[in-house]
Design a binder for this molecule. Structure first.
Ligand code: SF4
Length: 317
């Protein structure tokens, strides 16, 4: 019975039943496995992050930027041994890490694949790239399996979590899970020869272990974003990195199929974040004294940053 995430659907995925996320246990559905250059610089470096986009999702936010995959509309089904091969293929292609996007509902498959890949020579750090709605008990078990947590912290309060993701306990679970992540993954970087920023020519340090807390600024939610940043910075200081994201993109499929009452949705979500809102968030981070932060430039809010979910790298060639 599946209780891998706080939804605790209690369905038998082994028998083919589906819970909220839509995944079953017999197969792993993946929509793309390729080098990805649009993560934070310490993750993408110059050679790219070896990114595996899993289909289905346990959150399915109404403003989801990857609707095609979160709803399971795109993807091909593979088994654990193929996932292990994908990890090794990404390593051979020069990736700096193996970056598992929306991994929560496949966590058991991932740990099994990681063991196989490790026995066959996988050495790259594993990145757990999550929406942050996690059971602390599951995160605890990832010690030794995951090196880097790239985790969203989406909401300042459960009122927004309920409105946009249909969960009334996001804050509690995100907080407890984040505590475990910080315990498991202390900050460590390494210098990689030839890894320099094209524009500044400065060396890029590649993350080997650590936690990056991402916050996607939603239109009209500046005050709440500041509250999140202040609270988490007061708690974790410079022992983590913050990634303040401006790339919110109103999507064509806004709100499909997520069980949220759409009559209650804020019209603000139909437009992008303004430069003014985002710049005020950055200024606020500076005033707080945040040293470890990534910010985005204005061009980030574009659907072109969403890769094609065309099964690249998924099936054996
Ligand atoms: S992983 Fe999927 S089936 Fe399991 S509890 Fe979460 S949403 Fe439900």
């Amino acid at each position: 019975m599946c209780d891998l995430c706080p939804r605790r659907c209690n369905v038998s995925r082994l028998s083919g039943d589906r819970g909220f996320c839509g995944a079953v246990d017999e197969v792993i559905r993946i929509s793309r496995a390729a080098l990805h250059f649009w993560e934070e610089p310490c993750i993408s470096g110059t050679r790219g992050s070896g990114t595996v986009f899993f289909s289905y999702c346990s959150l399915k936010c109404v403003y989801c930027q990857n609707t095609e995959i979160s709803r399971g509309l795109a993807g091909a089904d593979v088994d654990v041994s193929r996932l292990a091969e994908i990890m090794l293929e990404l390593q051979e292609r020069g990736a700096h890490n193996i970056n598992l996007v929306t991994p929560t509902h496949y966590v058991n498959h991932i740990t099994a694949a990681r063991d196989i890949a490790k026995s066959r020579g996988r050495t790259l750090p594993i990145v757990y790239n999550t929406g942050g709605y996690e059971l602390p008990s599951v995160i605890k078990k990832l010690r030794g399996y995951v090196d880097i947590f790239l985790t969203d912290y989406k909401y300042a309060d459960n009122e927004d979590a309920k409105k946009y993701s249909g969960v009334s306990d996001y804050v509690e679970f995100a907080d407890e899970a984040l505590e475990k992540m910080v315990e498991i993954a202390p900050l460590k970087f390494e210098n990689v020869e030839g890894c320099r920023d094209d524009n500044t020519k400065q060396e890029i340090q590649i993350m080997k272990s650590g936690v990056i807390i991402r916050h996607l600024l939603l239109p009209g939610k500046l005050v709440k974003a500041k509250n999140i940043l202040k609270r988490l910075y007061n708690k974790y200081g410079d022992s983590v990195y913050f990634s303040l994201m401006s790339q919110y993109t109103p999507m064509k499929n806004f709100g499909i199929n997520n069980g949220v009452d759409m009559s209650n949705i804020d019209e603000n979500l139909l437009k992008p974040v303004t430069a003014h809102e985002y710049n005020r968030l950055i200024s606020y981070a500076e005033r707080l004294g945040v040293k470890n932060a990534f910010i985005q430039d204005g061009s980030a809010a574009s659907e072109s940053f969403i890769p094609p979910f065309d099964l690249t790298g998924v099936l054996k060639s």
